[in-house]
Design a binder for this molecule. Structure first.
Ligand code: XMP
Length: 315
């Protein structure tokens, strides 16, 4: 059984011994990066600067919630709005690996800039075991370049600290609970954010669609779970597909796009089974998505694939 208290005590000591000057961390407010930030700030206090980069691909209301969380935890933080840069970098990019690499690189460049301003010589990352195992550790084949692995440029001039590198998600959640960080029960969210939930080009319009669809999936499933109609899945979200299909709107032909709803059960993200969601909940989600996004979406499908052979995210 994993001992969160022993892990924290040992890591705090190791981090104190390792980090001599100042450090910087990219924190998206997700479980991994927030736990890494809380752990390192426990070790070195205000010598850690927590940087939140708004890439424009975050979920509905997320930036405000994350800022509130940083304030509550008492972190030394900085908010950078870089959405214009990220949207420009995404023009014409379709390939999933290219997307991930570009987004990762942009992030690191921004951190390097902020790190220089702050005088940091260490970069802390919330990388966990599935991130590097699935990015290809030399023994297993590469599945996809996880954001916090593939985006690091060779010429990065900061020393990398990854305190959660050998842990799995359930263990990170135990640490979050132990540290009293309120993100412990949040569902996992990929580093490249909504950009990998848009198959095809990422632009302001496609992000707005998938952001709203994700919010509907979250609201409806959380409402149903609260009412006891279903158990909240391990992860649940929407994906915007690139294909157009024929539909009917106001008795006229409509040529619209498709949203795929994905919900899975998993322990550590390495394997997953699709969630058996009651049909009446899927029905409500479908109706809301096609009503509230009726300018663009005329079809909703539910993904019934396990991992493997699929992955949890689509890119
Ligand atoms: P996949 O899609 O590979 O995802 O089955 C496994 C778990 O990892 C999350 N995920 C990521 N997490 N950076 C992360 O920190 C990433 O680039 C990334 N891509 C996927 C995914 O949401 C799932 O929980």
């Amino acid at each position: 059984m994993f001992d969160a208290e022993a892990f924290v005590n040992e890591e705090v000591k190791r981090i104190r011994d390792t980090i001599r000057g100042k450090a910087i961390i990219a924190c998206s407010g997700g479980v991994d990066s927030t736990v890494a930030a809380a752990l390192v700030s426990k070790a070195i206090g205000d010598r850690l600067l927590t940087v939140y980069v708004d890439n424009g691909f975050m979920r509905k209301g997320e930036t405000r919630e994350v800022e509130d969380l940083f304030k509550r935890v008492g972190m030394n933080y900085l908010l950078v709005d870089a959405s214009d840069d990220f949207f420009s970098a995404m023009i014409g990019i379709i390939d999933p690996e290219e997307k991930r690499k570009i987004i990762g690189n942009q992030f690191i460049r921004i951190f390097e800039r902020e790190a220089k301003k702050y005088g940091a010589s260490y970069l802390v990352q919330g990388t966990i075991a599935p991130d590097w195992i699935e990015s290809g550790d030399g023994t297993r084949g590469k599945i996809k370049t996880h954001h916090n692995v593939g985006g690091i440029p060779d010429d990065m001039d900061l020393e990398l600290i990854e305190p959660l590198r050998d842990l799995y998600k359930d263990e990170v959640r135990m640490i979050a609970r132990y540290l009293g960080v309120e993100v412990a029960e949040r569902q996992p969210f990929p580093g490249p954010a909504l950009a990998v939930r848009i198959i095809g080009e990422v632009n302001r319009e496609s992000v707005a669609i998938v952001r709203e669809a994700c919010a509907i999936v979250e609201e409806e499933m959380e409402r149903a779970a609260k009412a006891g109609t279903m158990i909240l899945p391990w992860q649940y979200f929407a994906v915007l597909l690139p294909s157009h299909t024929v539909g009917v709107r106001d008795s006229a032909r409509a040529y619209g796009r498709t949203i795929a709803v994905r919900a899975v059960e998993s322990i550590d993200g390495m394997d997953a089974a699709y969630s058996k969601i009651p049909h009446e909940i899927l029905d409500r989600i479908s109706t809301r998505i096609t009503d509230e996004l009726n300018d663009s979406i005329n079809r909703v499908v539910y993904d019934i694939t396990n991992k493997p052979p699929a992955t949890i995210e689509y890119e």
